[in-house]
Design a protein around this ligand. Structure first.
Ligand SMILES: [Zn+2]
Ligand SMILES: [Zn+2]
Ligand SMILES: [Zn+2]
Ligand SMILES: [Zn+2]
Ligand SMILES: [Zn+2]
Length: 257
């Protein structure tokens, strides 16, 4: 019977005591089954120890107990249950413990929208919060597209994704609308043509009247004027029920031109 000597324990054993290993010259593992199992176990232990080390800050020798994880923020070893789950991380947990994780998220949100909003705007659009507010005041405090009144809390700095330049201040919906149409002039014109064509018959049936800006009013209780709130002289406007094409909301009247 053929025997093979194990490189680890040095014992000559039957060939059946070695796992098959294609890469080896004789097609069998260098180590016997027992030694291979032992190597396997040691390898697993080493990997686990290496992982634990990555969770402790540099210079710390603290070995984590079973089921513990190190929070590098509050620098404490905590039970794994103190961490949130994160499917994309190696151990399936968030990097920081729950309280630290939540606090960091809150701080980031405040940095973006709260006191240092100014720096956020500066970094993103090259204009500060004061510039943005001045722009809004210069355009009459309203969204340049829907004419809704805007405040600091709901204004959106509209910028070109091609040139990066700031175009104006819009509301969330109108800013998003431009993006949905990819800022594409042709698409938007086709959308207007489409709405006009599809809506004209039903609006005509309902006795709709269009202003020269193509804003259309459908008579309700009030008599409809031929010009919208933006284009009629202020003294002639008696809050007609004006609606845009397909819009359910009444058109907001602006101050006199
Ligand atoms: Zn062996
Ligand atoms: Zn923590
Ligand atoms: Zn708007
Ligand atoms: Zn953008
Ligand atoms: Zn008009």
């Amino acid at each position: 019977m053929d025997l093979k000597k194990c490189r680890d324990c040095g014992v000559a054993k039957e060939l059946a005591q070695f796992w098959k290993m294609q890469a080896a010259p004789d097609g069998l593992s260098y180590y016997c089954i027992d030694c291979a199992a032992e190597r396997n176990r040691r390898g697993k232990e080493n990997r686990a120890r290496r992982q634990e080390k990555t969770y402790t800050p540099q210079g710390r020798r603290r070995v984590l107990a079973e089921g513990e994880k190190w929070c590098p923020k509050c620098e404490r070893a905590l039970p794994r249950s103190e961490f949130g789950s994160n499917r994309s991380s190696r151990d399936g947990l968030t990097a920081y413990c729950r309280p630290c994780h939540n606090r960091i998220g809150r701080e980031n949100r405040e940095r973006n929208h709260g006191g240092t909003r100014h720096y956020h705007l500066k970094r993103r659009y090259g204009i500060g919060a004061d510039d943005a507010e001045r722009m809004l005041a210069e355009q009459g405090g309203v969204c340049l597209i829907c004419h809704r009144e805007l405040g600091v809390e709901n204004m959106h700095v509209d910028h070109s994704h091609t040139t990066g330049e700031v175009r104006g201040i819009l509301c969330f919906n109108c800013n998003g609308g431009l993006g949905q149409f990819k800022d594409d002039h042709e698409r938007m014109l086709r959308a207007i043509t489409y709405l006009d064509a599809r809506m004209r018959p039903s609006l005509a049936r309902r006795g709709a009247v269009s202003c020269r800006c193509s804003l259309t009013a459908v008579p309700g209780r009030e008599r409809v004027r031929r010009l919208c709130g933006d284009h009629a002289p202020a003294h002639t406007v008696v809050r007609p029920q004006l609606i845009g094409w397909g819009s359910a909301k009444p058109h907001r009247r602006r101050e006199a031109e």
